[in-house]
Design a protein around this ligand. Structure first.
Ligand SMILES: NC(=O)c1ccc[n+]([C@@H]2O[C@H](COP(=O)([O-])OP(=O)(O)OC[C@H]3O[C@@H](n4cnc5c(N)ncnc54)[C@H](O)[C@@H]3O)[C@@H](O)[C@H]2O)c1
Ligand SMILES: [Zn+2]
Ligand SMILES: [Zn+2]
Length: 340
């Protein structure tokens, strides 16, 4: 079978590999159909993901069709469309016991710590996949994972109906947060330097657009919220500066949700956090968000139209990566077609 592998930092290859074994009793074998390329795949390619080891078959935004099911599987069977929930956890450690396996002490993510879904076949435990509607388009199915990231950010920020939510960054993750915040009944402002991405966010339901290269972030959000500030700020950029701006733009009793992994310290003021009694939290991967997001995707009224801007066959993976890196203003989500 063919697989997309980062053999070492800087080296992306489509390799030939043996098919995985037939499934064990609790396992299924899946023929992979689509894999979304994520910013973290680009980081793995450049050796900038602290969790990745090499060589690594990438792919954590992955959908496929079950071709064989083990004797002890019950939930999914041959012919089912499934998506990968790409985390493995111990179930024993403190975060696991607290219902937060996404930050398990021995967390392993498919496509990062473990070989992922960027290959024609994968054999995995039945428990790491979820069944989706047979009518769902393959590329849409592969969008479910990034939407769970947006769902987690909205959950961590306790977004409620009527809240004013400010999303920083209109990349794929910011757009997923936008859609999930709107689903929760919030009004949403979104920022980006890139006018094309802002225009797309407007088509996707953003109520207010802001370009931090042209407008002051705090002043503009204060004006949008009639002096209150944003009740929830979701930082889907992840720089030292955006964290500072998020704390400034949040309302009293507000929540600030951070998605980035920037290692440099930001300069934020204790008094501002205490005075407004802000809750500042990280949001990593997701906990138990797949069923809810799948219900949304299965519903005929939910629309992810045009989020996928490009689709490439697996053989042209290098071209897909270089398009994302060299042309960010013209791309949204790029999909690899792993098999027909
Ligand atoms: N925590 C998680 O589980 C998780 C999962 C996936 C991605 N992420 C992180 O989420 C972030 C966004 O991911 P993405 O794939 O959408 O990235 P992306 O690079 O495609 O999008 C980021 C967007 O932010 C814009 N931007 C840059 N600086 C800005 C600023 N100061 N203000 C407003 N906009 C600005 C860029 O123009 C770009 O459009 C990244 O930091 C990524 O590492 C986190
Ligand atoms: Zn991703
Ligand atoms: Zn654990």
């Amino acid at each position: 079978m063919k697989a997309i592998q980062v053999s070492e930092p800087g080296k992306l290859q489509v390799i030939e590999k043996d098919d995985p074994p037939a499934p064990g009793a609790n396992e299924i074998k899946v023929k992979m159909k689509r894999m979304g390329i994520c910013g973290s795949d680009i980081h793995i390619l450049h050796g900038e993901n602290p969790f990745a080891t090499y060589p690594r078959i990438i792919g954590h935004e992955a959908a496929g069709e079950v071709v064989e099911a083990g004797t002890n599987t019950a939930g999914v069977g041959r012919g089912d469309k499934v998506v990968l929930e790409p985390i493995r956890y111990c179930g024993q450690c403190y975060p696991c016991r607290k219902g937060r396996p996404n930050v398990c002490e021995s967390l392993q993510v498919y496509g990062v710590h473990l070989d992922g879904g960027g290959r024609e076949y994968i054999t995995v435990e039945e428990s790491v996949v979820h069944k989706v509607n047979p009518e769902l388009d393959w590329s849409d199915a592969a969008l479910i994972e990034p939407f769970t990231i947006g769902a987690q950010a909205v959950y961590r920020g306790q977004v409620q109906k009527g809240d004013l939510v400010f999303i920083m960054g209109a990349g794929p993750i910011g757009l997923c947060c936008l859609k999930m915040a709107k689903e929760a009944g919030a009004a949403a402002a979104i920022s980006d330097f890139n006018e094309k991405r802002l225009a797309f966010a407007a088509e996707w339901g953003a109520d207010f657009l802001l370009n931090p290269q042209k407008q002051d972030v705090e002043d503009t959000i204060t004006a949008w919220s009639e002096g209150m500030g944003a009740n929830v700020v979701i930082d889907a950029v992840g720089t030292t500066k955006t964290l500072e701006q998020a704390v400034q733009a949040a309302s009293a009793a507000g929540r600030v949700v951070l998605l980035g992994f920037h290692p440099e310290p930001s300069s934020i003021t204790q008094a501002l956090i205490t005075k407004k009694e802000l809750s500042i939290c990280g949001s990593r991967l997701q906990t138990y968000r797949f069923p809810g997001v799948i219900d949304l995707f299965n519903s005929p009224t939910f629309d992810v139209k045009d989020l996928v801007s490009h689709e490439f066959p697996l053989a042209n993976a290098a071209e897909a990566f270089s398009l994302i890196e060299n042309n960010p203003e013209n791309i949204r989500k790029v999909m690899l077609k792993i098999s027909e």
